[in-house]
Ligand binder design. Structure first.
Ligand SMILES: Nc1nc2c(ncn2[C@@H]2O[C@H](COP(=O)(O)OP(=O)(O)OP(=O)(O)O)[C@@H](O)[C@H]2O)c(=O)[nH]1
Ligand SMILES: [Mg+2]
Ligand SMILES: [Zn+2]
Length: 281
């Protein structure tokens, strides 16, 4: 018998699928391997519930490869302010990747309790900057706000290892007991506690916990795409419409950085990301 379902968890080659009235562990048909199609958490699929096989994957609305997930409304970028240290490079890179995959990013800052008053003010300024770009921001302290932002959405948590993704899920639903990690204070590094992607029903949202990472490549995008993923650049008109905002003598973006209108970190990260694209593109 065939039923429609959604993949909610993948651990190595075992796929857990939620159908309308059951949760079944399945294997995937070899044909996916031949078609170079890797089933992802979030995939809508057809399952043979007698033989426990996924036999078809429906067309995806969208997908991400880091973390691997499909059919997402919102990517919540869990951004640690301390332990691990705030990385604006990773934040901007994640935003780039999410925007270019046509998914809405929302930034969620964590570990604000470890900050001094001065550092907190800086986070507040950062929040205002990103909000001004049209990107919503929140913190893991504001659970009511978070629940409102994520209501009726399929959400993926993404961000550095040790940033507090699993801890946040446990706080959003007190029935969850997902393992969370210790931060080694000596090294200031996390231990990669979460090892697989899994969707959880949390109130009126479906939220995926994912393994953290500390690096991400933007090599699949073109320079033009990278440029288009910086919304603040649209507010300025350079002399040449194809200005790369790099070595050009006159450039409205560089002027805006000098005037303090564009955050220096945003511009520096833009330059770094340009260097990561494939040379042939
Ligand atoms: N002080 C403080 N600690 C936090 C906060 N959020 C999480 N932590 C702690 O940070 C550590 C790592 O949290 P996890 O939830 O395991 O982090 P993760 O993002 O799931 O990490 P990976 O699974 O490795 O990707 C745990 O010891 C948490 O208790 C916070 O807001 N403040
Ligand atoms: Mg985790
Ligand atoms: Zn320019």
């Amino acid at each position: 018998m065939l039923e429609h379902g959604k993949i909610i968890r993948i651990i190595s080659n075992l796929y857990t699928v939620a159908t309308s009235n059951d949760i079944v562990d399945c294997h995937a048909r070899g044909k996916f391997r031949n078609a170079k199609l890797t089933p992802l958490v979030g995939d809508e699929c057809e399952v043979d519930i007698e033989n426990n096989y996924i036999i078809d994957i429906y067309e995806r609305r969208n997908e991400l490869s880091r973390p691997p997930i499909a059919n997402i409304d919102v990517a919540l970028v869990i951004t640690s302010c301390k332990e691990p240290d705030l990385s604006l490079n990773l934040l901007d890179k994640l935003l780039c990747n999410i925007l270019l995959n046509h998914i809405e990013p929302i930034i969620c800052f964590t570990k604000l309790d470890l900050l001094t008053k001065e550092e907190l003010k800086n986070i507040q300024k950062l929040r205002q900057y990103y909000e001004h770009l049209g990107i919503k921001t929140t913190t893991n302290r504001h659970r009511y706000h978070l629940k409102k932002l994520l209501k009726n959405k399929t959400v993926v948590l993404t961000g550095q290892t040790g940033a507090g993704k699993s801890s946040l899920l446990n706080k959003l639903d007190r029935h969850l007991t997902i393992a969370t990690g210790e931060i080694s204070t000596a090294l200031g590094r996390g231990k990669h506690t979460t090892r697989h992607v899994e969707l959880y029903q949390v109130g009126k949202s479906l939220i995926a916990d994912t393994p953290g990472f500390s690096s991400l490549e933007l090599s699949n995008f073109t320079k033009e795409e990278i440029k288009s993923s910086f919304p603040e650049f649209n507010n300025y008109q350079c002399e040449f419409h194809n200005c790369q905002h790099t070595n050009e003598k006159k450039c409205a973006i560089k002027d805006a950085v000098a005037k303090g209108e564009i955050l220096p970190s945003r511009y520096t990260n833009y330059l770094k990301f340009l260097k990561e694209v494939k040379p042939c593109k």
